[in-house]
Design a protein around this ligand. Structure first.
Ligand code: RP5
Length: 167
């Protein structure tokens, strides 16, 4: 199988409970009209699903994988160990340790197997999507224009003067 798939970004997450965070990544990609797929894949609970997904990702035509997980967040690193496709890791804000466990599990990879680690929580999920789109935009001028427009709209939405009581 060659690079024929239209879906170029995969969003994977360790649990259904991660979706409320990772939906932010999917929302951004939908705003940019970037086709993507979303899957629940747990490094611990569904290791064979993870193996199959990571091992087939390049042949299926994926260009970037966004992997979100919380707690003992081994999903991004294990995915990266089984594919050369860039993996962006999103530390989900865990209940017990507020996401510090997730962050440290994802960010401190051994040299040789990189994971691009984003911020904890929803900001990380959204930025992972923007970063994935930016990677694709290097070879996609239409997407590059959409990304430029998205950023311009964001800038335009930020008021210059703060609202509220005068000081
Ligand atoms: C991780 O464990 C998942 O990524 C999730 O963030 C965390 C808790 O999972 P659940 O117990 O909510 O399914 O594997």
């Amino acid at each position: 199988m060659g690079d024929t798939g239209s879906v170029k970004i995969g969003i994977i997450m360790g649990s259904q409970s991660d979706w409320e965070t990772m939906v932010g990544a999917s929302d951004i990609l939908r705003e940019l009209d970037v086709e993507h797929e979303c899957r629940i894949i747990s490094a611990h609970r569904t290791p064979e699903r993870l193996y199959d997904y990571a091992k087939s990702a390049a042949d299926r035509g994926l260009h970037v994988i966004i992997a979100g997980a919380g707690g003992a967040a081994h999903l991004p690193g294990m995915t990266a160990s089984m594919t050369r496709i860039p993996v962006l890791g999103v530390p989900v804000q865990s209940r017990a340790l507020d996401g510090m466990d997730s962050l440290l599990s994802i960010v401190q990879m051994p040299a040789g197997i990189p994971v691009g680690t984003l911020a904890i929580g929803q900001a990380g999920a959204k930025n992972a999507a923007l970063l994935a789109a930016a990677i694709l935009a290097n070879n996609d001028s239409v997407l590059a224009q959409k990304l430029d427009a998205w950023r311009a709209a964001q800038s335009a939405s930020i008021a210059e003067h703060p609202l509220g009581p005068k000081n």
